[in-house]
Design a protein. Structure first.
Length: 308
């Protein structure tokens, strides 16, 4: 498999302040994991471009873009909400983060790569069309998915979200869009405290109790995600890859293991092979315990690369 790792040094420039869990150390840990494991030598690294206004406007309102531009401080820090800290480097990081997903789609559609992992920050799945939330400025995966639909004319795409938090932003953006199947598994009740969406043909949303472990997670995938994917037959699969449901990650109570993240990646690769010619764009969301994050991303990459 030809797998791209799309990122950019600018993604490290988003400074959230001392002690904030969503820090540039996350990307450094991922890079270090690739290097120490020896995987780095086999990874095709690609620099993310900046997203364009046109690409952002497919999923965000002009008001949101103007609000974000105005909110960025010249120095020091500003808060978009109690959790979402921004600084002078945030805007360029956010533009690279969304641009990475757009480039991944272009590289897949031109046949240059088989799949991609976007190692980017700030994360995106809480950002709604008109609001930033929960560490997220732009909804990176939604920007990429909209690019696949509008620029490349795909008719059916699936977004699979295994971050432990409900992806309220992605859901908000694609609500009612028949071209998008959105499948998620998340701890509930939990941040962002929005009511879980009603399930439908295009929304498969599976709340987990805080005590959930591997068995409940795997049942949710087997019983709900995989049948929905088989029915829908997506032409491309996007993954909101959050690793904060890991048992070592203090951000949630759900207790998944390295093996669960490997297993779910294998299931997704198999499903992508059935209807989507293997096309997968995976995008980093959460995951805040640096060691488990690095290990799980490395394994995720290995499965995407067909090495494991
Ligand atoms: Zn999360």
């Amino acid at each position: 498999m030809s797998t791209a790792y799309i990122s950019h040094p600018d993604c490290h420039a988003h400074d959230t302040g001392k002690g904030h869990p969503e820090s540039a150390l996350r990307l450094s840990a991922i890079d270090d994991g690739f290097i120490f494991s020896g995987l780095w030598d086999f990874i095709r690294g690609v620099d993310a471009p900046e997203v364009t206004q046109t690409q952002l406007m497919r999923v965000h309102t002009a008001k949101h873009l103007a609000t974000m531009d105005a909110a960025m401080p010249q120095q020091g820090y500003a808060r978009l909400d109690p959790d979402t800290v921004v600084s002078p480097g945030t805007m360029k990081a956010a533009k690279r983060a969304a641009g990475a997903v757009v480039l991944a789609v272009d590289l897949l559609m031109s046949g240059e790569i088989d799949n991609a992992f976007c190692g980017v920050r700030p994360p995106g799945h809480h950002a709604e069309s008109n609001r930033a939330l929960g560490f997220c400025v732009y909804n990176n995966i939604a920007v990429g998915a909209a690019h696949a639909l509008e620029e490349h004319g795909l008719k059916k795409i699936a977004i699979l979200d295994f971050d432990v938090h409900q992806g309220n932003g992605t859901e908000d953006i694609f609500f009612g869009d028949d071209r998008v199947l959105y499948c998620s598994i998340f701890q509930h009740p939990f941040f962002p405290y929005t009511p879980p969406p009603e399930n439908s043909e295009r929304v498969v949303s599976i709340p987990l109790e805080a005590t959930a472990k591997s068995a409940e997670f795997r049942s949710a995938v087997n019983d709900h995600w995989l049948p929905a994917l088989e029915r829908f037959q997506p032409e491309m699969i996007f993954i909101s890859a959050g690793f904060d449901a890991h048992r070592d990650d203090d951000m949630s109570y759900v207790s998944l293991t390295d093996a669960d993240f490997k297993w779910v990646t294998e299931q997704i690769v198999r499903m992508a092979g059935l209807s989507a010619s293997g096309r997968i764009v995976s995008v980093l969301e959460g995951g805040y315990e640096l060691q488990s994050l690095a290990r799980c991303v490395e394994t995720h990459m290995r499965v995407l690369m067909g090495l494991s």
